[in-house]
Design a protein around this ligand. Structure first.
Ligand SMILES: [Zn+2]
Length: 198
């Protein structure tokens, strides 16, 4: 990906207020230069449409055959659904049933021999993507690819040995307050999302 593309993608996220750059106090107590407010993407369908369009371009370029786009509920449903619409594929989502990620009964065509791609919003540890992959394996559905809008690990995480395709790979460093370069530079500290904390 060229730098111009990366800047274009960064500015799309920033314009939607989904990616904030500054000096943030995370719930862990650590400090970071970047903060993702992924709910802004869902709030702003027009911005999400432009962002998913770019992800879909990337998926199309890889020319992999698949039948389904699968996303984990709930944040990624709008993203996977839009991607499936643009790709002309079917869509399904997994959700937690008694804590365990699963397909609720009722979906059709999720049968052995089908192939699916997994689409998620933000990759942090890859935990929920791993669970979706396990759901697909259980149904003997091939995983043709894994895609996220933002990879916060900067490409460091593999899911079952596969790389994750991302629109934006951004290594988000979290600093202990004593070692924070932003504190040292005197940048005012902000605690984001304080009002909508669970
Ligand atoms: Zn700091």
């Amino acid at each position: 990906m060229t730098q111009a593309n990366k800047n274009e993608i960064l500015s799309l996220f920033k314009k939607a207020d989904a990616l904030l750059q500054g000096h943030f106090k995370l719930t862990s107590g650590k400090h970071s230069e970047w903060y993702f407010e992924k709910i802004r993407l869902i709030e702003n369908p027009a911005a999400l449409d432009r962002i998913v369009h770019l992800l879909v371009d990337r998926i199309r370029n890889e020319k992999k055959p698949f039948d389904y786009v699968i996303s984990p509920a709930y944040g990624a449903i709008a993203i996977g659904f839009l991607a499936a619409l643009k790709l002309g594929k079917r869509f399904a989502f997994t959700q937690r049933v008694d804590e365990k990620m699963a397909f609720r009964p009722g979906w059709t065509g999720l049968e052995p021999g089908a192939a699916a791609i997994v689409v998620e919003d933000i990759l942090t540890t890859g935990g929920s993507i791993q669970e979706v992959v396990a759901c697909l394996k259980e149904k003997s559905i091939a995983v043709a690819g894994i895609y996220v809008l933002v990879d916060r690990t900067g490409g460091a995480v593999l899911i079952e040995g596969r790389p994750v395709g991302s629109l934006l790979a951004l290594k988000v460093e979290a600093f202990d307050p004593e070692a924070c370069p932003l504190c040292r530079a005197g940048v005012p500290l902000v605690k984001p999302g304080a009002s909508d904390k669970k």
